[in-house]
Design a binder for this molecule. Structure first.
Ligand SMILES: [Fe+2]
Length: 201
């Protein structure tokens, strides 16, 4: 075998090894990107198995039981939309997103739903408290997303909250189910009930 030929073979093998290494690297990158993507989808509540209703707080969670329900409508506010993901999170009965932490980046009490054929969603939880030290009304954060709509944010607050600028709603405000501040009613089982509708943008 000529020296030239064996040099060419050596070069070929080096190129072959580099190529294998490169393809292996690409494979690992694609795999981890795929995993990160599906994790992001499930934390955003976009997994396909989502129900239109969920339970956020177990029965032993301290606090007053609360059921929030509503309908997601098209921008006109009249036509319900199926398949919209509604992700909600809120503080516990002491005003914490996580014990000892006031950061909302990793809330303990959270849930995701996907609206049903009537555009409805519902979650059972406990009534959140205002942040420790007060200043802000108690609230539930909403992240709403769906195919054909850009992600939007909303908030639910409760009539009568001492930290609201105007704790009491007028009759017309009470009737407007799209507003952030909503009235509470207590059902016969002592569960707070709230209706909060959403209008897509
Ligand atoms: Fe918050």
């Amino acid at each position: 075998m000529s020296a030239k030929f064996s040099k060419a073979i050596r070069r070929f093998r080096i190129v072959q090894r580099l190529l294998t290494l490169f393809l292996g690297l690409v494979y690992v990158l694609v795999l981890s990107a795929n995993r990160a993507f599906s994790q992001a989808r499930s934390t955003n509540g976009a997994s396909k198995s989502l129900s239109w209703k969920t339970v956020i707080a177990s029965s032993d969670e301290p606090g007053e039981p609360l059921v929030v329900s509503g309908t997601v409508y098209k921008p006109g506010g009249k036509t319900p939309v199926e398949g919209i993901t509604v992700y909600v999170y809120h503080t516990d009965a002491e005003g914490y997103y996580r014990k000892g932490s006031n950061s909302s980046s990793n809330p303990r009490l959270n849930g995701a739903m996907r609206t049903n054929a009537e555009g409805k969603y519902e979650y059972r939880t406990i009534k959140p408290a205002a942040y420790p030290g007060g200043g802000n009304p108690a609230h539930v954060h909403y992240v709403i997303s769906g195919k054909g709509y850009s992600k939007q944010y909303d908030e639910l607050q409760f009539e009568g909250d001492r930290w609201l600028g105007n704790p009491n709603l007028s009759a017309s405000q009470r009737a407007d189910t799209f507003l952030s501040v909503r009235p509470l009613t207590k059902d016969k089982d002592g569960v707070w009930r709230v209706v909060k509708d959403i209008r897509l943008k």
